[in-house]
Design a protein around this ligand. Structure first.
Ligand SMILES: [Zn+2]
Length: 231
């Protein structure tokens, strides 16, 4: 009886150490959800949507640079996004996806006033605001978002970009360079934006790798944030 009890205890103890060893291994190798802020405007993980404006609303990134390649318009991006974008564009070109280039990068609060007004005038408030954010609510103001296109393939800032060689390659490969397609098809009820296959957002390769592994494509869902279809 004693022998049996001791045997059972040994089994429990052994199991316990296996369990704690595996918990420890997960903690060491696992994804650290606290490594960046979700609210600081200069964080690679900042979550900006219709319920979460930039703080301050007139935020200007301190690290804007003008990529020299794949950037016909001399547009600016925040340095980490610019470095990652160059790797992405070079890889896309090497893979035969064409010259994936910047159609829109960093936009200031003031510039966003004009972009928002233009889309609302063109499409009306409801459809216009599914495309263009109000100033202070745009990812483009972080310098981490890029609207891309391949000039020889057309479909600039249009849903048909998804059917171009560049659009298809981007959908499969953007995560390898730390970018997500921020507003995937059907994500409007969560993100508040229509399908924008051209709008990629830099969040860093640690996060995109985790999202990819878990099969989650929408930032709000990954972080368990409330849906933000409206302001
Ligand atoms: Zn965009």
């Amino acid at each position: 009886m004693l022998k049996k009890t001791l045997g059972a205890m040994a089994t429990v103890l052994a199991l316990g150490s296996i369990l704690s060893a595996s918990v420890q291994a997960t903690a060491v190798e696992g994804f650290d959800t606290t490594q960046h802020s979700l609210t600081a405007a200069n964080s690679p993980w900042v979550l900006v949507n219709k319920k979460n404006p930039l703080n301050p609303k007139n935020y200007v990134p301190a690290n804007l640079v003008t990529p020299k390649q794949f950037n016909g318009g001399g547009l600016r991006l925040a340095k980490p996004a610019a470095d990652a974008f160059l790797k992405l564009a070079l890889a896309g070109k090497a893979a035969g996806a064409g010259s994936i280039s910047i159609a829109s990068g960093y936009r200031s609060f003031t510039r966003q006033v004009a972009v928002h007004a233009e889309d609302v005038k063109k499409f009306g408030v409801v459809a216009g605001e599914k495309l263009a954010a109000r100033p202070g609510f745009s990812e483009h103001q972080t310098g981490l978002a890029v609207d891309v296109w391949a000039p020889s393939q057309g479909c600039r800032i249009r849903v048909c970009f998804a059917t171009t060689k560049a659009g298809k390659w981007l959908k499969t490969n953007a995560w390898k360079y730390g970018f997500i397609i921020r507003y995937p098809d059907g994500s409007y009820p969560t993100t508040g934006y229509q399908f924008e296959p051209w709008h990629i957002r830099f969040v860093g390769v640690e996060l995109t790798t985790e999202m990819h592994a878990r099969g989650i494509t929408i930032l709000e869902k990954f972080w368990d944030y409330p849906a933000a279809p409206k302001y």
